[in-house]
Each structure stands twice: as structure tokens, then as C-alpha cells.
Design a binder for this molecule. Structure first.
Ligand code: ATP
Length: 334
């Protein structure tokens, strides 16, 4: 989708993210828990001069998983090789990636939950023993040729850690769970980015942007660029005015929800009378992909207390119903 608040990276961002991406753990804002955990893990590995354990980064898109993978490489002085689940469609794809590694490399695999099942066994062996077996030939004549790999650190990212088979999950030495950022941390991200981009914004404007960025640095940086555009086009307008106007123009509401968030809430509230409704029914009702709803929309609505997952399906909470414009009648016991 082309929505402004969708957490997936756009082409403009892939070009820009290099410039705004923090390069060290010290520069990485927020996520104090994950930062502390990584600090110990990386320092211990450095003291023993070995590759750090394999690391799984889990959480919704745009919270800094790729950034952390790069930082892990930088902090340990190792090269980072990039791959992704969708690029690994056969065991052979994985064999090609693994056999090209040099000792100590960090291999970053984004969206690892989308890797082909047929590559899983090979990855297990590689993670555990730094070797793989390559199958040659077919049928009775098939043989496997063992191949030693260079020791490496796998850093994998997923928006769906629940979808990973447990043998894979168990082979990571550590799983970092990234959380949505609170507004104070997002203000720090925005202040840093505003300085780097040379956008002069008063604290009040930064605060407003932070509050309406869906707890996500990527969205905060994106909205900031749209505010920068507004300031350029409307000479003499002030920061807070520009923030409000840009948010209105790009359809971000008072609570920081975007069109898709609102469509989901609206559908549950009105079409399904508050729920419960199953994920696939809900997805079909608004013509959106179930995976996007589950990994992008729901985590934020749940954290904002507007939606709840129950065994019977998704329900809108009283806050969610109110946001969707449903007037909740007090019940008799109130
Ligand atoms: P995806 O899952 O889509 O790859 P991601 O979680 O890997 O997303 P990143 O690409 O690492 O997200 O980060 C998105 C943007 O947010 C980057 O431009 C980065 O500069 C910024 N960013 C992320 N985390 C932080 C942070 N803690 N401090 C400052 N900027 C950050």
C-alpha cells in the first residue's frame, strides 16, 4: 500500500535510511532492554575472540531490526552479508549464501519466517556445526558431500516469531523482542533525524509528531520528511502548523492511526458488531492481506488497547469502538 504510516520501507527510504541509521549501540535510541542484552552478548564474545551467538530479532516492521544487524556487525568489526527469507526458495539458495561466507561474517537474513521449508534442515546444521551436506544426484545414486563452513553469526529478523518452527527458534542463543517506542524515545529519534536533515522544528512540533508516529521510528522519519516538504513549500509556516497540516494531508488521525488501522477497527466495530471475528474473514472484509493485518495492524491496535485477540476471534475494545465512532451504551449493571 502507499499509506504514509505503513511501516514497510519505500524506495525513497531505502536511499535515505543509510543517512539516518544509527551506526553504534550508543547511538541507537530506546529499546533499553535489548540494548543492554546485546551489549553483554557482544562484549563477552569480543573478550573471548569468538563469533557472537546467533541472534533472532523479533518485532513489527520499522522498529530497527536491520539497523541492529548492521550495528552488530559494526560493534564487532565484522562484515555483514545480507539475504532474506523470500530469496531462499530452495536448499541450494541457502547453500550458495552460506558457502560464500568468510570467517567471522555476520549473515543477516530478513523475514526468515518466509524461508523455504526445504532449506531448514540445512540451516540447522549450519548454525550448530558450521557445516552442511550438499546432495548430489537423485534416487539410488544420490550422495551427500559434506562442506565445512566458515564460522559465522546468523542475525535473523522476523515479524512473526510465532511462525518459526521451534527447532529453528531453539538454535538462536538469544532472541531480542523489539517493542514499539514510547513517545519520549521517538522524540529523541526525531530530534536526531531533524538535526541530520536540517529541519528546524520546535519541541512542541517534535512532540506532536512523536505521539502520532505509531511507535515506529521508520514512520516517524517518514512523517518528518513530509513535514520538511511542507515547510519548503509553505514559506514562513511554523513547525507545529506544518506538523498538523502534514498529518492531516497524509491522513494520520489524532491517535496516530492510518487508513488501514481505521479500516480494521471500523470493520470490526460496524460490520461485525464489535466482534469476535476471525482473521481471514476480517481481512476479506476490507480486501487486505491477512498477514499484513496480523503483523502490522494488530500489534499496534492491541498495544493501544483498541483491539483484543480472543480464542473466538478479534474483538474491538470499548476504546476501539469509541475510536470507530460507536457510542457504547451503558449496561444495566453500570
Ligand atoms: P524491517 O523489518 O522493515 O526491515 P526494521 O525493523 O529492520 O524494519 P530499520 O530499517 O532498521 O527497521 O529501521 C527503520 C528506520 O528507522 C531506519 O531509517 C533507522 O534509521 C530508523 N531507526 C530505527 N531504529 C532506530 C533507533 N533506535 N534510533 C534511531 N533511528 C532508528
Amino acid at each position: 500500500t502507499d499509506d504514509l504510516v505503513q511501516p514497510e520501507a519505500t524506495v525513497e527510504e531505502i536511499a535515505f535510511e543509510g543517512a539516518l541509521r544509527p551506526g553504534s549501540l550508543a547511538e541507537f535510541v530506546g529499546q533499553p532492554k535489548v540494548r543492554g542484552q546485546l551489549e553483554v552478548l557482544l562484549r563477552a564474545a569480543a573478550m573471548q575472540d569468538r563469533s557472537p551467538d546467533h541472534i533472532l530479532l523479533a518485532g513489527p516492521p520499522g522498529l530497527g531490526k536491520t539497523t541492529l544487524a548492521m550495528i552488530i556487525g559494526a560493534e564487532t568489526g565484522r562484515a555483514v552479508r545480507l539475504s532474506s527469507g523470500p530469496a531462499i526458495q530452495h536448499a541450494g539458495d541457502l547453500a550458495a549464501v552460506l558457502s560464500a561466507l568468510t570467517p567471522g561474517d555476520v549473515l543477516f537474513v530478513d523475514e526468515i519466517h518466509r524461508m523455504a521449508r526445504s532449506a531448514e534442515e540445512m540451516l540447522y546444521l549450519a548454525m550448530e556445526d558450521f557445516r552442511i551436506d550438499i546432495m548430489v544426484g537423485k534416487g539410488a545414486g544420490a550422495t551427500s558431500i559434506p562442506l565445512e563452513l566458515a564460522p559465522f553469526t546468523l542475525v535473523a529478523a522476523t515479524t512473526r516469531s510465532g511462525m518459526l518452527p521451534s527447532p529453528l527458534r531453539d538454535r538462536f542463543g538469544f532472541t531480542a523482542h523489539l517493542e514499539f517506542y514510547d513517545p519520549v524515545d521517538l522524540e529523541r529519534v526525531l530530534r536526531r533525524s531533524a538535526d541530520l536533515l536540517g529541519v528546524p522544528l520546535p519541541a512542541e512540533a517534535i512532540g506532536e509528531l512523536a505521539r502520532r508516529s505509531r511507535g515506529t521510528p521508520r514512520i516517524a522519519n517518514r512523517l518528518l520528511r513530509r513535514v520538511r516538504d511542507w515547510l519548503l513549500v509553505h514559506e514562513g509556516s511554523d513547525g507545529i502548523e506544518a506538523v498538523r497540516a502534514a498529518l492531516l494531508l497524509y491522513d494520520v488521525d489524532e491517535a496516530g492511526l492510518d487508513r488501514l488501522d481505521r479500516a480494521v477497527l471500523h470493520s470490526i466495530a460496524h460490520r461485525f458488531r464489535g466482534g469476535p471475528v476471525g482473521l481471514s474473514t476480517l481481512a476479506a472484509s476490507i480486501g487486505e492481506d491477512a498477514d499484513t493485518i496480523e503483523s502490522v495492524v494488530e500489534p499496534y491496535l492491541v498495544r493501544e488497547g483498541m483491539l483484543a485477540r480472543t480464542p473466538r476471534g478479534r474483538v474491538a475494545t470499548p476504546e476501539g469502538l469509541a475510536h470507530a465512532g460507536v457510542v457504547v451504551q451503558p449496561t444495566l449493571d453500570d
